[in-house]
Design a protein around this ligand. Sequence first.
Ligand code: PHE
Length: 319
Amino acid sequence: LEAAGLAAFREAGSPEAVEAARIEYLGQKQGKIKAAQQRLKQVEPSARKDYGQRFNAVKTALEAAWESAKARVDRPAAASGLDVTLPGTPRPRLGHRHPLTQTADELIDLFGRLGFGVARGPEVEDVFHNFEALNIPPAHPARDPADNFYLSDGALLRSQTSTIQIRVMERQPPPVRIVAIGRVYRPDAVDPTHSFMFHQIEGLMVDRGVTMAHLKSTLRLFAEGYLGTDVKIRFRPSFFPFTEPSVEVDMLWHGGDRWVEMGGAGMVDPDVLRAVGYDPEEVTGFAFGLGVERLCMRKHGIDDIRLFTTNDVRFLSQF
Ligand code: PHE
């Protein structure tokens, strides 16, 4: 019985053949093992102990033979060269959004909670929106070809997101409360805090009775919200052709040993409001333009702006 049973399991080449052998030898009703067990009753009492031990050994051997036959034929694709028991190919590593994209979303979210909607504008701008409507006259140094990326047809890559202030005010009457994030381009020498392309977040609020106090508290609330309540920012008097008065906003850099410019801001110049058809006797406004890379750098302790564009996964995977 034992030899025949082992051979039957060994030779079974398919799940069906293994099952047939199981029924023949190990089946609960008509199996040969069952029959051998029943014969125990007819064995002489003196021989029962030996018979029982032998019976158990054969049963265990056949059960083991069944298990290994099953394992052998249950690998369905093994015959076709595919071993499904081999370890699989590692799951592909998923990418994620670029740190600046994440930053942009955070900034939009923060200003959204302060009541600012989102606006957009083109990266290739005309001279009217980049300069003229912002009160920057033709001879102004900001228009210098050495300080801008002019295109052959007289358009240029925008040098500031303030262009979007004009586009929004052209489109809609006051009140206005928007932010706009986008790339700006200036042929600056590249160093750890400067690049020829960076992102700005522009803000514009125009309504009755808007004052410099609103501007300062908005920027303070924003800086504390994004960089933490222990952040230090300061306002310095400055000049922009399209705001009066104007300020530059600095933040105390990580490390705490130096101030780095966060951006420019001011009260929208009455001439700018008038040019888009707003009445400066009726409404006033503030505007600001902040450097997005620098905000992100300050928040995460990044010390070189070039890391954002060199696509080193060791850097990118930290966000
Ligand atoms: N556009 C200015 C710059 O690029 C920043 C600015 C925006 C200043 C809005 C005043 C108001 O530096």
